[in-house]
Design a protein around this ligand. Structure first.
Ligand code: A5P
Length: 229
């Protein structure tokens, strides 16, 4: 990753870590921007901040544990704050997520939080979602049939996400990921998300419509807030 992009991701992560208060229950995202947030949170924990957290992937869990952040794997009450990255952010704060393959747990954590805040560099901003792929996590059983049913929803092509060589990528939940390519993008994130969710065999998709309360967007002039913190 280019140094300037890393610096922007770090600036967004730093702005988010300043939202964390003593005693909070936190959701920890997945991806390079979230990894920086976890690192900065670890520094605050080392100097006395008391929080508990739940992570959206095994990778983030292990990183947070190594930094001494107290972790749980179940919740009795909602989280105070969840912080995560995104692959695309539109002007209404609808998101595309899942490039890192953690979309199911990311969505579970986002909906479990009173406040879901996205951290991103300004390269993630789009006018319309779907410039890149729309990841869809599917059950391995009869996955080709699920893919064929997805093809009937819209003009699209798909690829089975790989993990190098002939091996498919397998999510933390033991599922496969289909990356959908839509030549016209996603015109209506709510409606298309509902269509994807209705397909038998689909576990979850990477369209996060109406879930983020705010996005901390880092650019060369600093970090600005989209939405309402
Ligand atoms: C993980 O599944 C994704 O949703 C990530 O949150 C997303 O890909 C952002 O990643 P970066 O912070 O690495 O850009």
């Amino acid at each position: 990753m280019a140094d300037h992009q890393l610096a922007l991701k770090r600036a967004a992560a730093q702005a988010a870590v300043e939202l964390v208060e003593d005693g909070m229950r936190l959701g920890l995202g997945t991806g390079t921007t979230s990894a920086l947030f976890i690192e900065l949170l670890g520094e605050r924990v080392r100097t006395g901040l008391r929080v508990t957290a739940i992570a959206t992937s095994i990778h983030s869990h292990e990183r947070a544990a190594a930094l001494g952040i107290p972790l749980v794997d179940s919740l009795q009450e909602p989280l105070d704050l969840a912080v995560d990255g995104a692959d695309e952010v539109d002007p209404q704060l609808n998101l595309l997520k899942g490039r890192g393959g953690a979309l199911v747990r990311e969505k579970l954590v986002a909906v479990a939080a009173h406040r879901f805040v996205v951290i991103a560099d300004e390269g993630k901003l789009v006018e319309r979602l779907g410039a890149g792929v729309v990841p869809v996590e599917v059950l391995p059983f009869l996955w080709q049939q699920t893919a064929h049913r997805l093809e009937t929803l819209a003009p699209l092509t798909w690829t089975l996400r790989g993990a190098g060589g002939d091996a498919p990528f397998v999510s933390d939940n033991g599922n496969l990921v289909l990356d959908l390519l839509l030549p016209d993008g996603v015109a209506d994130p709510v409606a298309f998300g509902a269509q994807l969710k209705s397909v038998t065999g689909v576990v979850e998709h990477g369209i996060f419509a109406g879930l983020a309360r705010a996005c901390l967007v880092a650019g060369p002039d600093g970090v600005r807030v989209m939405g309402d913190l």
